[in-house]
Design a protein around this ligand. Structure first.
Ligand SMILES: Cc1ncc(COP(=O)(O)O)c(C=O)c1O
Length: 355
């Protein structure tokens, strides 16, 4: 069997890939939209499909302008570089992607410091902790410049009022506000509001198109025209200026038209999975922990069983992320049957009898 054939065979055995919502493949309609997109050279500013996507995201988020970027990491980095100068500092959640999972790019490339804060149980920041983290006007200290929020945080949708309380403290101290909204549409679907409402608290917002929205790549940073003009320079500096990239922007436009309304279905799948796992033992030595938030379910088996559970699921064609706490993410490419199989497979591993 060739390497290609064995890869195909392995793919064929996968019933559901729950590692992340980034694993989705473009559907036929999205591919057709990509093939038909009018193109130009976006570095020269004349790719009409990119321009259309940027205008659409700016409109949805209630901002003056927007910028198309290849990844969420580059979008957050461009935002940090566009808000802050060397020797300035970002106040951010300790678990937030911008601080925890982006290789401290803002520090490495921009001389920007971080002031990480512990988050509340739901992933939000505490306004009092933000106020306490703002540096005094003192030459011994870095200059606090930016508050970086996130929504959703590990699946948890943060309500507008909580975001507003944080942003208010930031503004009182003269800080700008950035919102990493990689999954902002999941938050809005869960909270029953518009993404524009959640975006209103921030000066800049980063959205990912390649997570629940299902494009192969792409993120968009939105903000006022001056910030986005600075962002355009930083994107080029980072090697993110792309040419006939309307090919990918077309996937983004397709996703905004077809894949937003359905996000609540992903949350329903996660809720059903969590319900089926309610029969796991919850007390004593063999206790399991289970937590659901928007399209994600987190499952912690009894101590030392995480790797074995991952292998058990993989043998059944079910891919999950992480151990000891498994992350199970719902998206458009996992169907109800796969979700039911996942629930059953976890119960079988735990030795819980079927119905
Ligand atoms: C909250 C959040 N922000 C930013 C990113 C970065 O996105 P990318 O993987 O496109 O760089 C991720 C990726 O998972 C994320 O979860």
């Amino acid at each position: 069997m060739s390497h290609y054939d064995s890869m195909q065979a392995a793919q064929a055995r996968i019933i559901g890939d729950f590692r992340s919502d980034t694993v989705t493949r473009p559907c036929a309609g999205m591919l057709a939209a990509m093939a038909e997109a009018p193109l130009g050279d976006d570095v020269f500013g004349d790719d009409p499909t990119v321009t259309k996507l940027e205008a659409e995201v700016a409109r949805l988020l209630g901002k003056q302008a927007a910028l198309f970027l290849p990844t969420g990491t580059q979008s957050n980095l461009v935002a940090a570089l566009s808000h802050c100068g060397r020797g300035e500092e970002i106040i951010v959640g300790r678990s937030y992607h911008l601080f925890a999972d982006e290789a401290k790019g803002a520090s490495v490339l921009g001389g920007i410091g971080f002031e990480p804060l512990d988050t509340e149980a739901n992933g939000a920041l505490d306004p009092e902790a933000i106020a306490a983290a703002v540096q005094p006007d003192d030459p011994h200290q870095a200059i606090s410049r930016l508050l970086a929020l996130e929504n959703t945080v590990a699946g948890s949708a943060i309500a507008l009022a909580q975001l507003q309380d944080c942003a208010l403290v930031a503004r009182k101290h003269g800080l700008s506000v950035h919102l990493d909204g990689a999954r902002l549409f999941n938050a809005a679907a869960s909270l029953g509001c518009r993404v524009g409402d959640l975006a209103s608290v921030a000066d800049s917002v980063s959205l990912c198109l390649s997570k629940g929205l299902g494009t192969p790549l792409g993120s968009v940073l939105a903000g006022d025209s001056a910030l986005i003009a600075r962002g355009r320079r930083h994107r080029k500096l980072l090697g993110g200026g792309m040419r006939q990239v309307g090919l990918v922007a077309a996937a983004g436009l397709y996703a905004l038209a077809h894949n937003v309304e359905r996000l609540i279905e992903d949350q329903r799948k996660a809720e059903r999975l969590a319900q089926s796992l309610a029969r796991l033992p919850r007390s004593g030595d063999g206790a399991w922990l289970c937590h659901q938030a928007t399209n994600m379910v987190f499952v912690t088996p009894p101590k030392g069983q995480g790797e074995a559970l991952l292998r058990h699921l993989a043998n059944a064609g079910l891919l999950a992320g992480g151990a000891p706490r498994l992350r199970l993410v719902m998206h458009k490419d996992v169907d109800e049957a796969a979700v039911a199989a996942l629930g059953q497979s976890i119960l079988t591993f735990a030795g819980v009898e079927g119905d």
